[in-house]
Design a protein around this ligand. Structure first.
Ligand code: NAD
Length: 433
């Protein structure tokens, strides 16, 4: 099929590249010209494992193209995936101005049937607003169109795999014509395809993300209880996780969830409920617990040292999760900021996210960036682990200890087995163990 993807970020680029990999002809419309230049040259503006290779393969095969011009994208195909950002507004609600712009501009430019698909995460009933906008700006009331919801569930760091082998595909449609397009598009996917109305599909996405965030906050509170009582959160999670009704995933305690989805989607879901006269107090607690995690972590570091002023601290991990360069809403931002305010001297290292982090925290004023994990810990009085990269799991801890001024590890992600690290002579502070 011929497909157009509007928005060349984490979701849009993955969507475009994966559909092209599956043999479709795809045009990605991205409004930032510098990004399009990079993409045309076969370079990904973001780090996502396997993405650049797959993109180059489809570029070479002539199945993938990029443009800044929406008109060109609309002339290219009838199936339009909207993958633009829906960031958080100060009041917690979703800023839908990018989606509105795409709907409005598409309406002005389209001359024949288009299927407009929401892949961005949007509040329930956004499809109604898209339809209203298209009706208002369309050149002629005779031009047919459909609006559908096909939310994306991929995770950064494993986006390609998640896209190509999803647990399920959710499609909210209102017409047989639109349904048929999706049936053709997804016919080779080996997973349940759930057809619903658009409102239900929109709600499934927010409800899923909020539920996963709830699991994390729940476990983080249990981890606090473990620290007070001497219980071990890892074993508690294992013991709970074998129960099929609970499942082991998303039961890891740590310094809280981050990224461009969970924090904003939980807040948006609270707002959506509020807009319909409902108080989703449960999710307010989920959000509150999560916001406190970085504060608790810094308190822990402070309690170890009495004062962190002028202490040289190494930080491993800045990305909000492993295998990505994304630092949006990463707990590391709050933690680094708080430690700097306390007067600590920080030596930071992350395998992929340092360039993005430098934009927020430039070198100087208590911050330096290290070229590898070992130079980061040289003469450090403690090592703080904020992202569970594989590289850190495999690190040579004997070497780390020999380089540090004091053998102290404060692990916000439970990367190591406490008994093993302590046997090496470290003072080790994990979460909830
Ligand atoms: P992003 O910020 O990485 O990408 C959005 C892109 O859209 C940007 O490159 C921006 O320049 C471009 N854009 C904005 N307006 C445009 C326009 N009018 N025309 C062309 N391009 C335009 O965002 P993302 O992380 O890809 O997320 C996109 C949506 O998908 C959000 O709603 C998000 O909540 C949702 N989502 C994200 C993930 C994730 O893991 N990142 C997963 C599932 C769903």
């Amino acid at each position: 099929m011929k497909l157009t993807v509007v928005g060349g970020g984490y979701v849009g680029l993955t969507t475009g590249v994966c559909f092209a990999h599956l043999g479709h002809e795809v045009m990605v419309v991205e409004k930032i010209p510098q990004k399009v230049e990079l993409l045309k040259a076969g370079k990904s503006p973001i780090y996502e494992p396997g993405l650049e290779e797959l993109m180059q393969e489809s570029l070479r095969a002539g199945r993938l193209s990029f443009t800044t011009d929406l008109k060109e994208g609309l002339e290219f195909s009838d199936v339009i995936f909207i993958c633009v950002g829906t960031p958080q507004r100060p009041d917690g609600s979703a800023d839908l101005s990018q989606v509105e712009e795409v709907a409005r501009e598409t309406a002005k430019l389209m001359t024949s049937y288009k299927l407009l698909i929401e892949k961005s995460t949007v509040p329930v009933n956004t499809h109604q607003l898209i339809k209203k906008t298209v009706q208002r700006y369309i050149k002629s009331p005779d031009i047919p169109y459909d609006v559908a919801s096909n939310p994306e569930f991929l995770r950064e760091g494993s986006a390609i795999e998640d896209f190509l082998k999803p647990d399920r595909i959710v499609v909210g449609v209102e017409s047989e014509r639109a349904k048929k397009i999706f049936e053709d598009l997804y016919k080779d996917f080996n997973c349940p395809i759930i057809f619903t109305d658009p409102a239900t599909a929109e709600l499934i996405k927010h409800a899923s993300n909020s539920f996963l965030a709830m699991k994390i906050s729940f476990m983080n509170m249990v981890a606090d209880l473990c620290e007070k009582t001497g219980a071990d959160i890892k074993l508690v999670a294992d013991g709970m996780g074998y129960d099929k009704r609970i499942g082991r995933e998303f039961l890891n305690a740590g310094i809280g969830y981050g990224g461009s989805c969970f924090p904003k989607d939980v807040k948006a879901f609270i707002r959506i409920a509020q807009d319909y006269g409902l108080d989703f107090g449960l999710l307010k607690e989920v959000d509150r617990i999560n916001q406190e995690r970085p504060i608790r972590f810094v308190e822990k570091v402070k309690s170890i040292f009495w004062s962190v002023k002028d202490k040289k601290l190494a930080v491993w991990g800045l990305a909000f999760k492993p295998n990505t360069d994304d630092i949006r809403e990463a707990p590391s931002i709050k933690i680094v900021d708080m430690l700097l305010r306390e007067g600590a001297k920080l030596s930071l290292y992350d395998p992929k996210a340092m360039e993005n982090f430098k934009l927020l925290f430039p070198e100087g004023k208590g911050i330096s960036y290290a070229k590898d994990p070992y130079s980061a810990v040289e003469n450090a009085e403690a090592l703080l682990i904020l992202t569970e990269w594989e590289e850190f799991k495999k690190a040579d801890l004997k070497r780390v200890k020999s380089l540090m001024a004091l053998p102290i590890i404060v692990d916000g992600r439970n990367v190591y087995e406490p008994s093993e690290v302590r046997a090496l002579g470290f003072e080790y502070y994990p979460v909830g163990r």
